[in-house]
Design a protein. Structure first.
Length: 241
């Protein structure tokens, strides 16, 4: 009898249009916390709820406080890609993985070598002046105190989707098309409870929906294979990392 890993590897080898959809759990093995886990950010106590401090209205009204929280709890500049990131980059290099769709803003998929990465919630590595539009790297945020300002004097905002903001429609459309055209969809490290991102799964019409997550998701009933193991360990075994 085949193990889940053997079965997963067999499906991957037979597929030519694989899409990966991932969330915070992909980066936990890189030392970046999953906010919704029992010991994650959302379980900690602050003067304001994290959802409030990460909202656009809070950014607009309390920019200095936003950046104090953002630098302290949202940025992990020393984090390195883990086996999951490298495995996905390898599958793309081999030609079978066509897109990585991520809810993470840490940029680790790109650092690991993935090229076709669709960042649904933006990237902490891009920071845009709200006045003139100049884009700054993450170092601009880390190496300044208080509110980071552009050379033109404008306020710089991280290019991440805050609460009360809409996702980029172009990226959403590209993600929906990629999933709709896939012959295999691997979903990993996400509870699939955050919308509209989680709703993208409904575009998949194939027969090889794989869920790699340590806890249950609302889409478990649709899965063809569920693996309750570390995503890094699982994908690492597939490509021999």
């Amino acid at each position: 009898m085949k193990t889940d890993i053997e079965y997963l590897k067999e499906i991957i080898e037979k597929s030519g249009n694989i899409v990966f959809f991932g969330g915070a759990g992909v980066s936990t093995e890189s030392g970046i916390p999953d906010f919704r886990s029992a010991d994650g950010l959302y379980s900690e106590q602050y003067k304001y709820p994290p959802e409030t401090m990460l909202s656009r209205s809070f950014f607009n009204r309390h920019t200095d406080e936003f950046y104090r929280f953002y630098r302290n709890k949202m940025l992990y500049p020393d984090a390195e890609p883990n086996a999951a990131h490298f495995a996905l980059a390898k599958l793309e290099e081999l030609g079978s993985l066509k897109a990585v769709i991520t809810q993470n803003v840490d940029g680790l998929h790109t650092r690991a070598g993935s090229v076709n990465v669709l960042e649904l919630h933006g990237s902490a590595h891009r920071n845009i002046c709200l006045t003139c539009g100049i884009v700054y790297p993450l170092d601009k945020i880390i190496q300044t105190e208080g509110i980071p300002l552009c050379d033109c004097g404008g306020i710089i905002k991280p290019d991440v989707v805050l609460y009360e903001e809409e996702l980029n429609h172009s990226i959403l459309d590209r993600a929906a098309r990629a999933i709709g055209n896939a012959d295999m969809l691997i979903v990993g490290g996400t509870s699939l409870n955050v919308y509209p991102a989680a709703g993208l799964i409904s575009y998949y019409r194939g027969k090889n929906l794989i869920l790699i997550n340590k806890s249950e998701t609302p889409y478990d009933y649709r899965a063809d294979l569920i693996i309750r193991e570390s995503i890094g360990k699982t994908l690492g075994k597939i490509v021999g990392i």
